[in-house]
Design a binder for this molecule. Structure first.
Ligand code: ZN
Length: 388
């Protein structure tokens, strides 16, 4: 069954047409604030219901509850704080004075209003405590901890009204949860398995997608790559999307696979981020969720299978599809995992992203056991990885 949104009701914080026209004339007079790009993505996702039941940025009570128990005050599982740090740099405008009762226009880097924020609370945040509870570390080398420490130590809470969509990442349309649910329904899919990723597909990814498509309790696969804010060393979003399009075009029955980008900032919170990403996909209409090894991990911060176990600790009404690390075994002559292959690791083809990048950078060709040639061709082009 296509699940109800998290909390039971899909949030819609988009301004209607009449409302938008009225607001357009009014928000010219509102104080403008230009947050980090992370908050632009979050404001958009709140507006379209991807973060249901959240209707805005969290306040102190919600934050305390999420940090303490991984749940909202009404006991609904929610493991990642969604905060709006008060902008401190240029573009923060007169934010020093703004507090409860004020309304601000959230603008993007080119000063275009994206959303309105009705400030309901202004509160201090303990960034170290947030880092420890969410990411399990205060190490400033952790990318999300670094972001947190770079932000101010105050946040605004309040409901969001979305005025428009952001430009789609990678130039591909990014459907809303209402739209993906309608499309799943049109296709007659009842149980849709979401696949989280942020890299182009190699054969180990393809293997667990195929295992998922073979299940009798799965009707369709929704490939939903996170392509939000970019950092040096990332593939460009259009490259990830193009690589997946090639895989779907050449190797999957098109009637069983759907793809869309998801513009959010990646939270590398290991298990807590994996649960959050599954909740988001539930809002898009997915009743099953694929969890590979070390999902949403970075560096050595997380036990690679903690992201599996967290689905036993919290019931979010989504079927977790948990897979061990998979690989191509030269002795088996097949894709396998420890569950199906008895051979030593020396028989395994190395499929790590870093190995693939290294080979492609040197112009080496990669065997089809690691990368489909149609995907390798795309990844072998110059400029696919951000260098600055
Ligand atoms: Zn083997």
């Amino acid at each position: 069954m296509i699940p109800h949104a998290h909390g039971g009701r899909l949030v819609d914080r988009t301004a209607g047409m009449a409302e938008r026209a009225r607001r357009a004339s009014e928000h010219r007079d509102l104080p403008k604030v230009r947050p980090a790009v992370d908050q632009l993505y979050d404001a958009e996702k709140i507006g379209i219901g991807a973060y249901s039941p959240l209707e805005g940025f969290m306040g102190s009570a919600e934050l305390a509850s999420v940090l303490k128990s991984g749940r909202l005050p009404n006991d609904l599982p929610w493991t990642i704080p969604i905060l709006f740090p008060v902008p401190t740099g240029p573009g923060g405008g007169g934010s020093a004075d703004l507090s409860t009762g004020d309304e601000v226009a959230i603008v993007d880097a080119s000063d275009r209003p994206l959303a309105l924020l009705a400030i309901e609370e202004r509160f201090r945040i303990d960034r170290s405590a947030i880092a420890r509870a969410t990411y399990g570390t205060e190490d400033a080398k952790h990318p999300n901890v670094a972001d947190l420490l770079a932000a101010g130590d105050e946040a605004w809470a309040g409901r969001v009204t979305l005025l428009r969509r952001l430009d789609p990442p990678g130039g591909r349309p990014e459907p809303t949860p209402v739209e993906t649910r309608a499309e799943f329904h049109r296709r007659g899919w009842k149980t849709v398995a979401a696949y989280q990723c942020r890299n182009p597909p190699h054969t180990a990814h393809e293997y667990i997608q195929r295992l998922t498509l073979e299940r009798e309790d799965v009707d369709g696969l929704f490939v939903h790559p996170v392509v939000g804010r970019l950092k040096k060393g990332d593939y460009r979003p259009e490259v990830i999307l193009e690589a997946y399009e090639a895989l779907v075009r050449h190797y999957y029955p098109p009637s069983r696979v759907m793809m869309s980008p998801l513009g959010i900032t990646m939270r590398y919170g290991g298990p807590k981020a994996a649960l959050f990403l599954a909740i988001v996909r539930k809002n898009y209409g997915c009743g099953a969720y694929i969890v590979g090894r070390d999902q949403a991990g970075v560096g050595q911060y997380y036990d690679p299978y903690a992201c599996h176990r967290i689905f036993d600790e919290y019931d979010i009404g989504v079927l977790p599809l948990r897979y061990d690390e998979s690989f191509f075994c030269r002795r088996c002559g097949w894709m396998a995992s420890q569950k199906t292959c008895p051979h030593p690791a020396s028989f395994r083809a190395e499929t790590s992203q870093s190995r693939i990048r290294e080979a492609l950078a040197k112009g080496e060709s990669l065997p089809a056991e690691i990368l489909r040639p149609e995907v390798a061709e795309i990844l072998g082009r110059p400029g696919v990885i951000l260098t600055a």
